[in-house]
Design a binder for this molecule. Structure first.
Ligand SMILES: O=P(O)(O)O[C@H]1O[C@H](CO)[C@@H](O)[C@H]1O
Ligand SMILES: O=c1cc[nH]c(=O)[nH]1
Length: 236
């Protein structure tokens, strides 16, 4: 079997997939944390691997950037490959004074300017939320590792380069912990297929302070977030 975007055979992909935007971050996770990692996808260079972490079978695969891209991969993973859980592990921008570079954020819900959930929900507002069990496991894993996290509402933006800079003030006023580009789409796809999803983020930019990680750091750092995600899977 194969889909238009994934060349894996049936059974090649574990029931839980960690999903960074960057395919090279997927490779880094497989190389660093997995035993017996096998590459199951190279189509469009969206690398995917399955291996074991502390004895648990697990997969990791890139999503590309933006709601349309993650929606394609999440749909095919849930619908065609029997995946049950997708945990996005991404980078984000911060707009609040008490959120700092490299903080880890768990997206309990994802507000958005994307229209995709209205397209699947009769043009009404859909509350794009994380699966409670995956969320609880991430919170428990972070506590076990003694790593601080912030849990709350994030914002999924269609534009990385926004013409509406003032809207970041509105987000801050409404307590948005991080701005990224996929979570609301992932939560919508999971709801549509009766599956589970969670988004964990690391702050790579402070939008209001003009702070920013290098491209190299975005590819290779974020170890706290990766360990929280991996350890949370062991609690399933
Ligand atoms: O680091 P990733 O997971 O790609 O996430 C963030 O980084 C990209 C933008 O630079 C967008 O995909 C955004 O959501
Ligand atoms: O500011 C940021 C940083 C990472 N990802 C985003 O989408 N926005």
């Amino acid at each position: 079997m194969a889909t238009p975007h994934i060349e894996a055979s049936a059974g090649d992909i574990a029931e839980t997939v960690l999903m960074p935007g960057d395919p090279l971050r997927a490779k880094l996770i497989a190389d660093t944390f997995f035993e017996d990692a096998v590459c199951f996808n190279t189509v469009r260079n969206i690398l995917g691997y399955t291996g074991t972490y502390k004895g648990k079978r697990i997969s990791v695969m890139g999503s590309g950037m933006g709601v349309p891209s993650i929606s394609i991969y999440a749909t095919e993973l849930y619908k065609d490959y029997g995946v049950e859980n997708i945990i996005r592990i991404g980078s984000c921008g911060a707009v609040l004074d008490d959120v700092n570079m490299m903080d880890v954020i768990v997206g309990m819900g994802a507000s958005t300017d994307s229209k995709v959930n209205r397209m699947r929900f009769n043009n009404h507002d859909f509350a794009a939320i994380a699966d409670f069990g995956l969320l609880k496991n991430a919170v428990d894993a972070a506590a076990n590792l003694n790593k601080p996290i912030k849990v709350g509402n994030i914002f999924t933006a269609d534009l990385f380069y926004t013409p509406e800079f003032e809207f970041f003030d509105t987000m801050a006023k409404h307590g948005i912990l991080g701005v990224e580009m996929e979570a609301a789409g992932l939560y919508g796809v999971a709801a549509e297929y009766g599956k589970k999803a969670l988004c964990i983020l690391t702050v790579s930019d402070h939008i209001k302070r003009g702070e920013s990680l290098s491209a190299q750091d975005r590819q290779t750092s974020f170890r706290d977030m990766m360990e929280i995600a991996l350890e949370s899977v062991l609690l399933q």
